[in-house]
Design a protein around this ligand. Structure first.
Ligand code: PLP
Length: 397
């Protein structure tokens, strides 16, 4: 009954579900406190108090037919204008409301922009390791995914390999910084180089290549590191933002696209993206959440809690011999598997009640992703178990 297109998605989904079910099964046997589930990217830090207050204030102060009604497919004008103003203040840009399109989170934002841009057979370049959902998003619009192999030295994109993969069919390039799964923040130098390469290749092929910057982790950065604003380095950039992690609101489904004036054909792209938002069935981003975001532009989650987790886990794992680059953003560690087949390493971890995700799920075998958006206590409790795994692999005494 189900379509050919859905069949591989259903098969892949069962792998993720198996891990989820496994976590539940293990918790029932060993007790939840003795299972160390580092597999999910679901924020454990609560939304800031301003969010709850804003929900109450919106409901008390704004007319209900307005708050709960339809609006322009791109979102409420005043919300878009306020977001544009906030970005301008922070990043010295000059956006206005017709550069900001409210979306149902980043997942939907990515789908909206890919639907807006792709013709069948158009190529979209991604840098491994990457969020594997991009495969499905690109295939939704009959695009072809082209993967740049990982640069395991520091997980900044491999620019030589990138350049080799650009063809006349390249329509878009997706970057994600701070990165899921590595936690790496792309440097200004990297972003400038990506922009320069794309400029050059556009001229060579007389074509337009759009850089899509997927940024759900923008606000989760540590050690004072700056996450450069990508529109500064390349005109044909679209930013895909989400409040799922920055305000811990993943279930509320709220985010936006920035489609700058500098983008070629900007106003037609914006109009088409608004229609894509409608015909994909979202129609518009959730209205109550738009009204809430308007009041929470300066709110932030407790990033220090993630930072504390990061330090504890990074120090704990490296002290017992695991190797991993120190992440500067997001809430993931990408740890080198001590054996070539990282799936077997995941199985070895599972014997100690540790659940981690194989790097193959991010097109980067030989590594595992460990999500530290869990309680500090879970990390503390898990370290002796990690040490036992390290001992089994002869990494520590
Ligand atoms: N992009 C990346 C890199 C992600 O890690 C995620 C979620 O984990 C998303 C997009 C989707 O986020 P959202 O909840 O905003 O749809």
């Amino acid at each position: 009954m189900i379509s050919e297109r859905m069949k591989p998605l259903v098969e892949n989904n069962s792998a993720i579900r198996t891990m989820f079910e496994e976590g539940k099964r293990m918790a029932a046997i060993y007790g939840a406190e003795n299972v160390y589930d580092f597999s999910l990217g679901n924020p454990n830090v609560p939304a800031p108090p301003e969010v709850k207050q804003a929900v109450l204030d919106v409901l008390a102060e704004e007319p209900s037919t307005f708050v709960h009604g339809y609006m322009n497919n791109a979102g409420f004008e005043d919300v878009r204008e306020a977001i544009a103003g906030s970005l301008n203040k922070r990043f010295h840009t000059s956006f206005h409301q017709n550069n900001v399109l409210m979306t149902v989170g980043a997942a939907s934002g990515m789908n909206v922009i890919l639907k807006t841009l792709l013709n069948p057979g158009d190529q979209v370049i991604v840098f491994a390791p990457y969020f594997l959902e991009y495969n499905a998003y690109i295939r939704n619009y009959d695009g072809q995914i082209v993967t740049v192999p990982p640069n395991t030295r520091d997980f900044q994109p491999d620019l030589k390999e990138f350049e080799k993969r650009i063809t006349e069919k390249t329509k878009a390039v997706i970057i994600n910084t701070p990165n899921n799964p590595t936690g790496v923040v792309y440097s200004e130098e990297t972003l400038k180089s990506i922009g320069d390469i794309l400029e050059r290749k556009q001229k060579e092929y007389h074509s337009t290549m759009v850089l899509i910057s997927d940024e759900p982790y923008r606000e989760l950065a540590y050690d004072g590191v700056q996450v450069p604003y990508v529109t500064k380095y390349y005109d044909n950039t679209v930013v895909c933002y989400s409040y799922s992690k920055s305000l811990s609101l993943p279930g509320e489904r709220i985010g936006y696209l920035v489609i700058p004036d500098e983008l070629e054909d900007s106003s037609r792209v914006f109009g088409a993206a608004s229609i894509a938002n409608r015909v994909l069935g979202c129609v518009n981003a959730p209205s109550l959440m738009q009204r809430v975001i308007r009041r929470c532009l300066d709110a932030a989650v407790n990033v220090e809690a993630y930072d504390k987790n990061r330090n504890l886990l990074y120090q704990g794992l490296t002290a017992c011999g695991f190797s991993c680059i120190r992440p500067q953003g997001a809430f993931y560690l990408f740890v080198k598997s001590p054996q070539e087949d990282e799936r077997q390493f995941c199985e070895a971890c599972k014997k100690h009640n540790i659940l981690v995700v194989p790097g193959s799920s991010f097109a980067c075998p030989g590594y595992v992703r460990i999500s530290y958006c869990v309680s500090y206590e879970q990390i503390e409790r898990s370290l002796p178990a990690f040490k036992k795994v390290a001992q089994e692999y002869g990494l520590t005494e």
